[in-house]
Design a protein. Structure first.
Length: 239
């Protein structure tokens, strides 16, 4: 089992209404999809964090449903519970974020948030070096996960043809290239790579773990095109 968490800011486990909780859980069950058992693992403190245990076989597809729904690209059977979830959060006056483990993957939009505080996003070519540890999914777009040299999870996706090749190189260190989606959550803040759509890759030679780590560190992690820095480039070209 792996965990997906919906963090609800503006409430906590002691003040979250039971009626709202049941509606959130119903929406999450439909949004995550899959045939295996999903269960409420915990409602953590700090805010109300709805931590759901999802079967390993369905985990990558659940991640994909969340991302595609947040972009308005998911199938109707996933868009409907996502929109119902947004409506309930708005009605309750909360703000929400989805986390995969400790990594935030989606910040849910709310009418309360001013346009200036909305996350800025920009797509641009980039590359990622790290250990390929997950290739899975049944749709045309296959979710990919890479662990970079600092141990952070880099979410990615690719087509079925390239996913077949990547599957043969599972658990190897690779250098993946493609179009990255970058996000700046606050004005003046740092830019973070949300995901990469992989169009090509090569395997980094077989090394023992320590040598691989040192080689990856020497090569650098996420590489951006040369020229202007990422901040000025993104700010100049964002839509």
């Amino acid at each position: 089992m792996k965990h997906l968490t919906l963090k609800l800011h503006g409430t906590d486990p002691d003040t979250l209404p039971l009626a709202s909780l049941s509606k959130y859980l119903g929406c999450l069950d439909k949004l995550y999809g899959g045939k295996e058992i999903k269960s409420l693992a915990d409602v953590e403190q700090g805010c109300a964090c709805l931590k759901i245990a999802v079967d390993d076989a369905d985990y990558d597809e659940a991640l994909q449903h969340i991302r595609e729904a947040s972009e308005g690209k998911a199938a109707k059977k996933y868009m409907d519970p996502y929109n119902q979830l947004l409506g309930q959060i708005e009605k309750d006056g909360y703000e929400g974020e989805f986390y995969a483990g400790k990594v935030r993957i989606v910040r849910l939009p709310t009418k309360k948030r001013s346009p200036r505080s909305e996350a800025l996003t920009q797509r641009m070519a980039c590359s990622v070096k790290g250990r390929l540890y997950s290739v899975g999914g049944k749709d045309d777009t296959i979710p990919i996960r890479i662990e970079d040299m600092e141990g952070k999870v880099v979410m990615g996706e690719t087509n079925q043809t390239l996913a077949t090749a990547l599957g043969k190189d599972l658990f190897k260190h690779i250098h993946a290239h493609g179009e990255g989606e970058w996000e700046q959550s606050e004005a003046g803040g740092s830019w973070q790579l949300r995901r990469i759509v992989i169009s090509s890759y090569e395997v980094i030679e077989n090394l023992d773990p320590k040598s691989a780590f040192n080689k990856l560190r020497a090569l650098g992690g996420i590489k951006l095109p040369r020229g202007k820095g990422v901040h000025s480039d993104i700010l100049d070209n964002r839509s």
